[in-house]
Design a protein around this ligand. Sequence first.
Ligand SMILES: Nc1ncnc2c1ncn2[C@@H]1O[C@H](COP(=O)(O)OP(=O)(O)OP(=O)(O)O)[C@@H](O)[C@H]1O
Ligand SMILES: [Mg+2]
Length: 762
Amino acid sequence: MLLPGMSVTAPLVGDEQTAAVDHALEHTDGMLVSVPHIDGAFTPLGVVATITGQIALPDGSRGVSIEALHRAELGQATERGDTLVVPVTPILDPDDVSERAHELAAEYRAVVGEVAATRGDGGRVSAFLRAIDHPGRLADTVGYAPEVDATRKAGVLAAVDIEARLEAAIAAQRERLAELHLRKRIREDVSENLERTQKEAILRRQMDAIRKELDETNDESADDWRRRIAESGMPEAARKEADRELARLERMGDGAEAGMIRTYLEWMVSLPWDKRSDDTLDVAEARTVLDADHTGLEKVKERILEYLAVRRLRRDRDMGDASTGVILALVGPPGVGKTSLGESVARATGREFVRISLGGIRDEAEIRGHRRTYVGALPGRFVRALRDAGTRNPVVLLDELDKVGSDWRGDPSSALLEVLDPAQNHTFRDHYLDVDLDLSEVLFIATANMVDTIPAPLLDRMEIIQLDGYTEDEKRAIATDHLVPRQIERNGLREGEVTLTADAIRAIIGDYTREAGVRTLERELGKVIRKAATRVAEGATDPITIDAGDLVPALGRPKVHHEAAERTATPGVATGLAVTGTGGDVLFVEASEMPKDGGDGLVLTGQLGDVMRESARIALSWMRGHAGELGIADDRLTDRSVHVHVPAGAIPKDGPSAGVTMVTALASLYSGRAVKPSVGMTGEVTLQGRVLPIGGVKQKLLAAHRAGLTEVIIPERNRGDLDDVPADVLKDLTVHPVLTVGEVLDLALEPACSRRDALASA
Ligand SMILES: Nc1ncnc2c1ncn2[C@@H]1O[C@H](COP(=O)(O)OP(=O)(O)OP(=O)(O)O)[C@@H](O)[C@H]1O
Ligand SMILES: [Mg+2]
C-alpha cells in the first residue's frame, strides 16, 4: 500500500507485477500508477510512482525500489486490443493549507509520538516526522505504520482534502495507540500476576523456615539439651565443654551461630560415650564364626584367633590395656576377603562394625576434623565412625591403609599414627569436638593391597597377616560354599532351582578369571546365575543345571588364554614372575638389538622404577662379562645398542626380582635360543651372577600356576618359602631353586637348535 511520499523497496510478486514493472521500465521511463485493491475492488484514487532502482534479492527473485510521488484520479477504462487503458489525472496537494490543518498536524505528531514512545522508539520517529513540514505529506506517512490496516490506509489515500486526510490518519493512529496500550496492560497484568505468585512463594518459604526454627527451639529447649547431655554419659571434661556451649546458645537466641552450636551439641550427645557391646572374646565361638564365614584361610584365621586370645587374657588378668598395642593388618591382593574378614571379626567378637575407607585421603582434617571456626566444619572420620557404630568398642576397619596420601593439606598418616597408638589414643582430640575422646577400646583392623606404600611408622605398629590369593581348588571350594549360594539368593532364586556343576565352576575359574582373589569369579558366577534367573522368571519350572558347556551364552568366549608360549616364540623374550598390587602375575621382559644410538647402549622402557632399571644394567654388564662363555661375539654387545622393554607399559613396575628374567631375555636375544615357554622365573642378580632371594614366592607361584606354566626358577635361599605354597599348586609345578645365573640359563633356554629352527626343519 503506497501512499505519496513513501519510498519502499519490495519484491515483485506474481507475473502481473513483473509485467507491469517491465512495461514501465520499457515504455514510461519507470513511471507507473499504483492502485490499491481493497475488498475486491480498486480504489478510485491511485498513486503515481517512479521506479528508482532494481535489486536482486537474496532468494533470487527481483525487487524494485519505488518512490511514490502524488495522488492521481483514475478515469474510465477502455479496451484497446488486449490492453486495458486507464487515463489518470494527477492530484497535487496545495502548498497553502488551513490553520486547522496545522493544528491537526500537531495533533497527529503528538499521537504518533505517543505510539512511538509506547513501542520504545520515540526519538527516531519524532525526528523523522519533524523533517516533514507539509501537513498533507505528514498524514500520508501513516503508510509506513505497520499496525495500521490497509483499509485505514486506503481511507487516508482517498482523502484529497488535507484536513479530512489528517483526521483519518489521526483516527488510524489513535486506534493503534489504544491497541498498544491494551497490549501493554495485558502484558503487565500477566507479569504482575506472576510476580505476585513468586513473591507469595518466597514469603511462604521464609515463613516455613521461621516456623521450623521456632519449633526447633521449642522442642529442644535448654532443658532438653541439659537432659540429653546428662543422659549421654559424657566424661567430666566433655560435659564442661557442652555446658559452656549450651550457655552460649541460651545467651545468643537465634541465628546462624546458634545453628552451629546446636549442630555441635547434637554431635556431642550422639557419641557413644559410655555405651559398649559385651565383648565376648570367646575364642571357641570366634573360631566357629570365622569358619562359617570363610572357607580355607586356616593360617589367617589362626593368627586372628591368637590375637583375640591375647586380648582376652590381658583383659581377664587385668594387665592394663586389653590391646597389646599392635594393630592387625590384613594385606593381600583384591578380592581375597580382607574386608569381609574384618566384618567377620566383628561378628565373632560381638562388636559393632564400621569401615573407614582411607583410600585417597590426603587431608589431615579428614582424620581429625575441622576446627569449629571453619565454615561447614565437620568432625573427622573416627568421630563419625564411632557415632555410626553407637558403641565405644566397635571393630573399626581401616580399609586401604596403603592408599593414604599426603600433601600440603597436612599428613593424614601422622594423625592416623596418633589414633592407632595405644599410648595416645585414649585422649584422641578431634579438632571439631575439641574434647578428649577415648579410642582405646576400639579394635582396629587395617587392610592393604601392599605393604610397600604404608608409611613406615604406621607399618611398625602393624601385625601383618598376609593373604596371598587362592589356588584353583580353594577357589572352587569358596565358590561352592559361599559365592554360588549367595548369588543364587541375591538373584531371587531358591536353593535347588539352579545347580552349577563342578566342571562349570572349574571352567569359570580357569577360562574366565585370572585373579588372585575371587571377586571376578563371584561376578561371573552372578552373570551365569542371572541368566538362569531369567529363565525361571519366564516360567521354567524344572531345576536348571549349568554345565561347562552352557557358559558361552552368559559369559561369551573364554577370556583367558595362556600367552607365554606365544610370547616366548621369538628369542629375546623371557617370562618373569612378579607381585603387583593385584597379586602375583606373570610379566614378560623383551629385549631387542639395534644399531648403536650413541648413548651407553641400553634403552629401557615400560615405566620401570630405579631398582628395576639398575637390574637391567646389572644384567647387561654380566652379559658383557660372560659373552664368550655363551658363544656370543663380543662386538655385538659393545658395538650395538639393546632395548629392554617390560610390557603393560602403563603399569609402573619396580623391584629387583626381575633380575634373572632380564639376564635370560638378553642371553636369549644374543644366543638366538628361545626361552622355554613353560618356564617362569624370579630372582635378584648380582654383578657376579649370583641369584639372591626375593619376596612374594607364594603369590608368584600361584600366578605361575594360573598362567599355566609348569616350571619355575626361584633363588635357592627362597626354598623355605615353598612350605607356604599349597600342595595342589606344587604338584603341578617343577620348582628349580638356583644359586647362579648360569643355572638359570641352562634351565630356561631351549637347546642351541631353537624351537623356530625345529619348526622350520619340521
Ligand atoms: N575364603 C573366603 N571364603 C568365603 N568368601 C570369600 C573368601 N575370600 C573372599 N571371599 C568373598 O569374596 C568377596 C571379596 O572379598 P573382599 O571384599 O573382602 O575382598 P578384599 O580383600 O577386601 O579386596 P580389596 O582389596 O579389593 O578390598 C567377598 O564377598 C568375600 O566374602
Ligand atoms: Mg576390601
